[in-house]
Design a protein around this ligand. Sequence first.
Ligand SMILES: Cc1cc2nc3c(=O)[nH]c(=O)nc-3n(C[C@H](O)[C@H](O)[C@H](O)COP(=O)(O)OP(=O)(O)OC[C@H]3O[C@@H](n4cnc5c(N)ncnc54)[C@H](O)[C@@H]3O)c2cc1C
Length: 431
Amino acid sequence: MAWGFMTDPEFQTELDWIDQFVREEVEPLEFVLESAANLRQPRFEELVRPLQAEVKRRGLWACHLGPELGGKGFGQVKLALMNELFGRTRFGPTVFGAQAPDTGNSEILAHYGTPEQKERYLQPLLDNKIVSCFSMTEPQGGADPTQFRTKAVADGDDWVIAGEKWFSSNAKHASFYITMAVTDPDAAPHRRMSMFIVPAETAGIEIIHNLGFHGEADPSHAHMRYNDVRIPRQNMLGGQGDAFKVAQTRLSGGRIHHAMRTVAQAQKCFDLMCERALSRTTKGEMLGEKQLVQQMISDSWTQLRQFRLLVLETAWLIDHHNNYLKVRKNISAVKATMPKVLHDVASCALQVHGSLGISTDMPFTDLIINSYHVGLADGPTEVHKVTVARQILRDYTGADEIFPTGYRPHLREKARAKYGALRGEPAPAGR
Ligand SMILES: Cc1cc2nc3c(=O)[nH]c(=O)nc-3n(C[C@H](O)[C@H](O)[C@H](O)COP(=O)(O)OP(=O)(O)OC[C@H]3O[C@@H](n4cnc5c(N)ncnc54)[C@H](O)[C@@H]3O)c2cc1C
């Protein structure tokens, strides 16, 4: 398989533009706006829309969809190179039309939506005229979806949804929810549930409580209840029993896109760490001259570089196969690696900044918490490690004798039977 490490010069020009635009125009938004998902907050129209218009003019808007789904078809490698620039700031994805969970939701609408669903939900979502919510996890268990209890029962021309959901991000800002519910309780575990589009204005939707985590200005992860929420039959997304298949389409994309942005966040920490190492003097020398600080710089650089290569290789494989399922192992490996890389690099950057580093005047504690976010959302690290190992083991078979194939006495015996004895050694018996 071909492999290259070069960006074509034309696209590099775009990347250079993105880098400067994000640092100068987008990053300052963090200090004047609250949430990238609240389209109704004061000054969103005034400050964000002109930047989005500039991105659209440049042809860099909403690049996550393939051409067959109405997107630009940049592919995941180019998307990775873009994300690792605009992912350094909370508003970057929104300004580039690539914010979670809307990217994943638009992906499943594009794949499974009917023409009517696409017109009503997909286009406004891609235009960031509305935002959306993915409502899957339940209070009694997220990592094991077979435990979900929210049910949808057919009633005349409608489905009636009842149950509770947990950590439904952006529910309070969303115009619609993509909700997973049990439709066939007696079917096989992965065929029991279906996916639905639930408009936010439907009667019976109750937000019980909005959870937030450290560093979030706008707590918006909803514990919510569907109180016999009635939606038309045609609001099913995909076929009956297809919820797992539909969810995988969005979760795989979501995982790799989070990883691309994680490269950006870790790189930001790394750059700040290097700047500090060359700015602060203690006991007569720069921090950067202390060997233990040098170790942090060296380890962080290598860890980040390894991770970035894993992300880019996975992006390349997705483009190559054009099928997330064929790259499941690689996506899970990226997903399982990302929390540790962000955690480790952000922690080193914090440490090198001393007391300033742990304060909220610097971004490190937020990014360390974010490392836990990316280790939980879209499935915990442990589950992804299990996936990686299972997929790897499919390509192996066990030894058919007691001794493994690497058992040296047997290998030596075979080698001598093939090539004879070493110089100066007695010849094997029978020769
Ligand atoms: C910031 C954030 C945003 C989120 N946004 C959304 C959203 O928009 N929509 C949505 O539906 N959900 C969302 N989630 C929920 C997320 O998908 C779940 O948190 C995740 O699937 C884990 O479920 P849980 O929290 O119930 O943890 P549990 O399932 O209770 O797991 C707890 C811990 O147990 C361990 N564990 C679990 N399973 C295994 C296993 N098989 N092997 C070994 N150890 C295991 C892990 O350490 C895991 O962290 C979000 C979560 C976060 C943190």
